[in-house]
Ligand binder design. Sequence first.
Ligand code: DGY
Length: 430
Amino acid sequence: MQTLTDTRVDALDSEARRILRLNDRGGYTVPTDGLYPYQWNWDSAFAALGFAAFDADRAWTELETLMAGQWQNGMLPHIQFHQEDAGYFPGPGVWGTEGAPGKGAGRVASSGITQPPVAASFALRTYAKDGAAGQDRLRALFPRLMKLHRWFMDSRAESGAIAIVHPWESGRDNAPDWDSAMAAFEPEGVEPYTRRDTGHVDPRMRPTKADYDRYIWLVQFGRDTDWDDAAFAERSPFRVADPTMTFTLMRASRDLVGIARILDEPTEEIEGWIARLEAGAETLWNEKTGCYDSRNLRTGELSGCVSNASFLGWWGGLRQGQPTETLHRVLADARYAVPSFDPADPRFDSLRYWRGPVWGVMNMMVSTGLHEAGLTDEAERIRRDTVALIDQNGFAEYFDPQDGTPAGGGTFTWTAAIWLGWASPTAQER
Ligand code: DGY
């Protein structure tokens, strides 16, 4: 890769800042105009990472509006519907969370499922940029973050690893990880619906209809059971332990220990969660593939999937027995790292969302973890590839790992955010 000139770096930094401002809806940021017109949970936390590079006050506000949408039971919804938008399906009426006992009264309209919990990680990052000035804002967020992590450990951690109740929770919506669990039930009784996503982007870059029918079936299951955690645990056909959730929560819990120390709060409870998650992570190890995998908790079977989430253990803070060999193989097989799915696997699909494309946010977490663990060559390879993808193809939602084709939504918040917070040479200097 050619080294970028200072002028080019300035132009990319300024374009990334422009995108964050463009997607700012006043206190919260949408992932991208059109395709995703609301506040998404982990997209928003990543937005804070981006804002923290140039406007710490705005980064705190992002985290505050995000955490204000927390349910009474501690769950943080994956979408907050701040205003109506006919361009998105499924909207608040389909989710039907109003009146759900777990939600509690007077909260913003929302979905009924969660997403990878990265908020504590980027709250600590924001504090690092803002120093003592941010202490009060960090203190105000702390009880909400504790409640969120406690909710995960109480309602999703029966195997030690963190279970998802809907593929959308993992953030890796249509990853092959969920194929067998999704095929195990028929989406009978799905009410007629019209997809909106394929009106915004090429259907080849999006999940299939078979997936979508089941996504909506699972939403109806949640609505029919009043979004009750116990009903999901006991009766839903879909319950899969996910490395994305497990490792982001592990990392966020370590960061929460850091926050607790800054605030002079006790850390024992959080340390107990970390120990349970570490033991749970071992249940995701797949001897055959030599990396972390997902596990269908209804059948006990591992999915046999090598994905970008397979390499999040370093980000989670693990050092022993990590999948270095498998990582080397996948890096050798991809022109641009890290493909979201193993290019050597027949299920790989270079443009279809989480079945192949490269995602900047995953690259940021994988590379940062590798860097912290001293695997600097691998970490730098991933960062350089991310720089090249963005330099050549813009701030797209995701990219083809074989030729860099930009895919999904354009002018994407989290791609801009990881540029400013990590990939840009100026972020490295900072
Ligand atoms: C979508 O609509 O594709 C989202 O990923 C669901 O959260």
